[in-house]
Design a protein around this ligand. Structure first.
Ligand SMILES: Nc1ncnc2c1ncn2[C@@H]1O[C@H](COP(=O)(O)OP(=O)(O)OP(=O)(O)O)[C@@H](O)[C@H]1O
Length: 721
């Protein structure tokens, strides 16, 4: 079914020819050939001589595409035999000797020049952050210079082994055959940049880093690594943090007699939707490895290992999958069950923190946790979640604790908070201080270059509504790629009441033959968990075409087929813009569109968005004449003060606070009321208007008739005789 055709049917849109139809360019049109954002080899692009690393990479990437059956296949007969038995395995992996892994490792490593070349050509920058807190920069000029120099010396760029091809995960870094098989099953072929940079570092730090650093060792003899990774939205960070988590558990089991489920890893994510998605990804990845993944639920307890058998229970995988399908609406919840028996726990900070600070809090010191993952770390360490996140972090008392932090945006304040927390924890446990590794992919804090941005001035609130309808119902004249937005797409508003009101407004905008009001939905934090899961499942299935939401869905959530994002209300910060628009153009897909409306009220705040758009267009290689963001507009927009930025981040644009706008004192709805979205649907208002019009019309007619009648009475009619 052509969604756009149906939507534009009432506006007599002319049928697109296959030539001008943009379907092949749509992100929902299929899988991306290459998920890498920066896969152009730099030396070639700049006309320099190519080094050997580039060739290695090209050849391997090509080989991967050729190997349609199994790109994890190694050349040796022994490994072929090993691979052949892999799919049949359903239980845990048989032990693989460390010597075997080590022998393989030596055969695959690149020299430093090749590493540099590859890392650079994929815009990967790896830095060791200072192991101690950098000295305070004092303002006195001479001192400042001296201190800055010493600070500079502490930031050291390193060139670890990049992951050239997915089959190296097995051959060089020794991941389990079963996990490798799971990756094949899911169709992963070429590693994304963040996977290239982080997987060797986290899987086998010694192999990846060589003698680049002399570091503290963990009890398993590996170099201690904490990682802060900043990589674009949709660039595969989930897989980058999950593979090492699952691998570390499998490695521990290989060497230990204890095959029980021990809670070894915690993944924290800011929203329930993201946490559920991570649980699903982790389960797909660890299928058949014996690693168990559980999503945290209300009422669950984090029990210590020696909790009595039989008491231990958790939500079954089936049950959670049902929740994701939205099919468990009528089922009673098992949320009061007492325990978590799993290897990996995924949770929002609030749920886990309250479980830790509950009745059994003294038992809750998480001694067994060896990996803590903070997904969307900048938001988790923002004041909103900071206490909860640090509370969880500080409960993890295992000396081998590895912390990895991930996001597409990371302020320098988050970086220093991370350093301080890691070093403080290590000194509390009497451990030597260690370096934190920072991995940055591309330009830090920027929007992905593979989507089209449109910043549209709509002047007023009603103007935005008209503009949104224009996107939804392209007219014959406007149904080109610059005007229309092909569903499915997401619409973001500033507040919950505004999302609800916009939903009511648009409820009947989709023709009934296309599914009518069922095609449009609203998702926000005040809905029940079941309702939220239900809507997510329907949107993923393609039953919902337009999903109106708040920033609750702006981070991490991966909808593969989204064609566009509409910022109905301007986002509260540059970071919020980057994450919102990053819901489209995932895994390198081209064709995603991000539309942002702004009104008179937004002008003081829109510069951050405009700057990000300009940087993204530059990164995409657009010339000034092709760029949507014009220089004159950038220059004309005012730069908000720090204070204004802070206020905006905390509360949003004032005229829209509280959602529907405040009534003026006389109740007439002027002034602040202009930022209101009607709470009735356009269709309902049209009916009401028609009804009101009909009543007024009939009143007018009656009055006219009356007047006529009176006129007749008063009119001189002569003498009736
Ligand atoms: N190597 C790969 N090849 C192809 N697709 C991939 C690869 N790695 C991940 N993906 C896919 O890319 C999509 C985005 O991945 P993911 O959700 O992990 O992105 P992210 O970097 O966490 O994004 P965000 O910053 O928005 O949280 C997913 O659909 C995932 O399956």
């Amino acid at each position: 079914m052509d969604i756009l055709k149906l939507l534009s049917r009432s506006t007599k849109q002319t049928a697109r020819t296959s030539k001008d139809a943009p379907s092949t360019k749509l992100p929902s049109a299929g899988t991306s050939a290459n998920p890498q954002l920066f896969h152009d080899a730099v030396p070639e692009a700049r006309g320099k001589k190519r080094k050997r690393g580039g060739d290695v990479e090209q050849t391997r990437a090509h080989d991967e595409e050729e190997e349609s059956i199994n790109f994890f296949e190694t050349s040796s007969a022994a490994s072929k035999a090993e691979k052949a038995s892999a799919p049949k395995k359903t239980a845990e992996e048989p032990a693989s000797t460390p010597e075997k892994v080590a022998t393989k490792a030596t055969t695959e490593l690149l020299d430093e020049a090749e590493c540099r070349q590859l890392l650079r050509s994929h815009r990967l920058k790896v830095t060791l952050l200072p192991s101690s807190k950098p000295d305070k920069v004092v303002k006195k000029s001479k001192k400042k210079k001296a201190v800055e120099t010493s600070k500079k010396e502490e930031y050291k760029q390193v060139y670890p082994q990049p992951l050239v091809a997915f089959n190296d995960l097995r051959s060089t870094y020794g991941i389990s055959g079963r996990m490798a098989e799971n990756l094949v099953q899911q169709g992963y072929k070429i590693p994304t940049e963040v996977q290239m940079g982080s997987l060797p570092l986290l899987l086998r730090p010694k192999t990846a880093l060589g003698d680049a650093i002399e570091e503290a060792e963990d009890s398993d003899g590996e170099v201690h690594v904490d990682l802060l990774a900043v990589a674009p939205t949709g660039s595969g960070k989930t897989l980058a943090f999950l593979i090492p988590v699952v691998d570390r558990i499998i490695q521990r089991r290989r060497t230990s007699q204890d095959k029980e489920h021990i809670l070894e890893a915690i993944v924290v994510a800011p929203t329930k939707e993201l946490a559920t998605q991570i649980v699903n990804e982790a389960r797909k990845l660890s299928l058949g490895t014996g690693v168990k993944v559980v999503g945290m639920r209300k009422g669950m307890q984090i029990t210590p290992r020696d909790s009595p058998e039989g008491e231990v229970d958790d939500i079954s995988e089936d049950e959670e999958e049902q929740e994701e399908d939205g099919s468990d609406a009528e089922k009673p919840k098992k949320s009061s069950q007492p325990a978590v028996k799993a290897d990996i726990l995924v949770s929002t900070p609030g749920l886990l923190f309250s479980a830790l600070s509950g009745k059994n809090s003294d038992q809750a010191t998480l001694l067994t946790i060896r990996t803590l993952v903070l997904d969307e770390a900048d938001v988790l360490l923002d004041p909103l979640f900071r206490d909860q996140t640090l509370g969880i972090w500080n409960s993890c008392m295992n000396p081998d604790l590895r912390v990895t932090l991930w996001s597409a945006t990371m302020g320098s304040n988050i970086e220093s908070l991370t350093s301080t927390t890691i070093q403080a924890r290590r000194s509390l446990l009497g451990l030597p201080s260690s370096h934190i590794i920072r991995l940055v992919v591309g330009l830090k804090d920027s929007a992905i270059p593979n989507i089209t941005h449109r910043l549209i001035y709509a002047a007023t609130e009603p103007g935005k509504l008209i503009a949104l309808r224009q996107l939804l119902h392209p007219t014959a004249k406007s149904a080109d790629e610059t005007q229309s937005l092909r569903p499915p797409f997401l619409v973001f508003t500033q507040t919950i009441p505004r999302a609800v009101a916009l939903h009511s407004e648009l409820l009947y905008d989709i023709p009934s033959e296309a599914g009518g009001s069922t095609r449009i939905a609203v998702l926000h934090a005040e809905l029940s968990d079941t309702a939220r899961s239900n809507i997510m499942a329907r949107f993923r299935n393609g039953d919902i075409w337009v999903l109106i939401t708040t920033d609750i869905l702006s981070r991490g959530v991966d909808f593969r087929g989204i064609n566009g994002v509409v910022n109905y209300d301007v986002p509260n910060s540059g970071a919020a813009y980057i994450h919102r628009v990053g819901r489209t153009g995932r895994a390198g897909r081209e064709g995603g569109v991000a539309v942002t409306f702004y009104t008179k009220e937004d002008i003081p705040y829109v510069k951050a968005v405009a700057n990000i758009i300009a940087a993204s267009e530059k990164a995409a290689g657009k010339k000034e004449s092709e760029a949507g963001m014009k220089r004159w507009l950038l220059d004309a927009l005012p730069t908000p003060s720090k204070q204004e930025k802070k206020k905006l981040k905390m509360h949003g644009v004032e005229a829209r606070r509280g959602g529907l706008g405040e009534k003026s004192k006389d109740g007439k709805g002027k002034g602040k009321f202009k930022a209101q979205i009607s709470t009735k649907s356009g269709y309902e208002r049209k009916l009401e208007n028609n009804r009101r019009g009909a009543i007024q019309g009939s009143k007018r007619r009656m009055e006219a008739e009356k007047e006529e009648h009176n006129g007749e009475d008063s009119e001189w009619g002569g003498i009736d005789e």
